[in-house]
Write a protein that binds this ligand. Structure first.
Ligand code: GLU
Length: 468
């Protein structure tokens, strides 16, 4: 159901490495904008930098987008597969006179720039080969391959109403006649972007604000082609907690690293969206709400700061409200990775026991090892401190009661109370020795729940071990 005015956005990563947080957030905004308007989200891989682009990076980008649930409606398109099309448009522009051959050597162009600098002007190509009415061009040097330059307007200004930053304008006198094709005919970066945005009928370009300077160039080429202009929105970058540009120094910047560390894609999407976009005071929202609420008016004009603590808080929220069985499925492989046996316990119940306090799936897996890993006896000092003579007597009493009857949390709780009553002890005087004896730790979730999940055989075995 595409209409001429239907929204079409794109994400156009250069596959020179993994998908980093900034790229993921840009993609998310473009995705959410398209979804909000019932439009189309296009994925375009800008792989023309042959030295830096790798198939592994392409795969990493696709994996990250899949993990975050941002499937493109069209694409991935690969620029390297569109070379013929770019050449075709270059030829059309030469034909139309909106581009021209330039035979100046790189050294000559450098000298022109130097001369402009010396005059206190912006370094630029001096227009030697730019055709003008009544102007005679120099004779074509023999055997020299030309570049193709865009005949950029020299008067006036080029501006647009940026969806994020508001009105932006550049004097055309500041814009060089951009090279759009190299001597071997290969098209240059800005030119490919323009042809793609045109061919792919992109209506809204949301991208990082490192591209603001490219925009007037792209607009002028689009105009020369008679193309309708997309609207542009330039998103400020993400800074680290120290206010510096976000980098490895601040922790992981690779999106998939967050999967490894046990963050849920739901939490990541929520956190990334909130980083530079707002919906009132809402900090927690579902993917559906994001789509429903997303607008460009509430994209922040200033840089946002990466806050690992807040990400943990958001992740903890999604873990807490997740279904126990759903969590168990995701945590099981992480338990296996630790050498534990996810089948050794009722894993959904184990998740229920720990999920209120876990910040990541990795923490849940670590906690679950209490049930899925080998018994870790208490450290000698801990044992000496808590497994005293009276404590061991109480444990023996408890073991005797627990050997018979039902094995439920309620029954176990009743046994504990009975032992306390009989011996005039307080809860911690039995609960802590029980924890130390059975789990090797002084702190666990509610001990009756822990015992219930561990099972009778395991608990009685471990209690016997500390009776010496
Ligand atoms: N390929 C560019 C980048 O990775 C993005 C180009 C664009 O969005 O126009 O930064």
């Amino acid at each position: 159901m595409s209409t001429a005015s239907a929204v079409r956005t794109r994400f156009a990563p250069s596959p020179t490495g993994f998908l980093h947080l900034g790229g993921a957030r840009t993609a998310l905004f473009a995705w959410a904008f398209a979804r909000h308007h019932g439009g189309t989200f296009v994925l375009r891989i800008e792989d023309t930098d042959l030295e830096r682009s790798t198939p592994e990076a392409v795969q990493a980008i696709l994996d990250s987008m899949q993990w975050l649930g941002m499937q493109p409606d069209e694409g991935p398109f690969y620029q390297m597969q569109r070379m013929d099309r770019y050449r075709e448009v270059v030829a059309q522009m030469l034909e139309a006179g909106t581009a021209y051959y330039c035979y100046s050597t790189p050294e000559e162009v450098e000298a022109m720039r130097e001369a402009a600098r010396a005059r206190g002007e912006k370094p630029r190509y001096d227009g030697t080969w730019r055709p003008e009415p009544g102007k005679t061009l120099p004779p074509v040097p023999e055997g020299r391959k030309p570049v193709v330059r865009f005949k950029s307007p020299q008067e006036g200004a080029t501006g647009w109403d940026d969806m994020v930053k508001g009105p932006i304008s550049f004097d055309n006198s500041e814009l060089d006649d951009l090279v759009i094709a190299r001597p071997d005919g290969t098209p240059t970066y800005n030119f490919c972007v323009v042809v793609d945005d045109w061919d792919m009928r992109i209506t809204h370009v949301l991208r990082g604000d490192d591209h603001v300077n490219n925009t007037p160039r792209q607009i002028n080429i689009l105009r020369a082609l008679g193309a309708e202009l997309p609207r542009y929105g330039h998103v400020p970058m993400i800074l680290g907690p120290d206010g510096e540009k976000l980098s490895k120094r601040h922790g992981a910047v690779n999106v998939m690293e967050y999967d490894k560390q046990g963050y849920l894609p739901e939490a990541m999407v929520n956190y990334l969206a909130r980083l530079g976009w707002s919906h009132g005071d809402d900090e927690l929202f579902t993917r559906e709400q994001l789509v429903q609420w997303f607008d460009t008016r509430h994209l922040s004009r200033s840089a946002s700061q990466w806050d690992p603590k807040k990400l943990n808080w958001v992740n903890a929220h999604y873990i807490k409200q997740a279904d126990d069985a759903w969590l168990a499925e995701r945590v099981a492989p992480r338990i296996a990775q630790r050498g534990g046996n996810p089948q050794a316990a009722d894993l959904p119940a184990v998740m229920g026991l720990f999920k209120d306090r876990a910040e990541t799936l990795e923490q849940l897996a670590e906690n679950a090892m209490l049930f899925c890993g080998p018994h870790r006896a208490a450290a000698p000092e801990l044992a000496a401190q808590h497994l005293t003579e009276p404590a061991r007597a109480a444990l023996a009493d408890f073991a005797q009661r627990a050997a018979r009857g039902e094995w439920t949390r309620e029954a176990l709780s009743a046994h504990i109370k009975a032992v306390l009553a009989e011996r005039g002890m307080k809860m911690p005087q039995l609960a802590i020795p029980l924890r130390v004896a059975v789990t090797g730790q002084a702190q666990t979730p509610a001990i009756d729940a822990v015992l219930a999940l561990l099972g009778r055989d395991t608990v009685l075995e471990r209690l016997a071990l500390v009776q010496g």
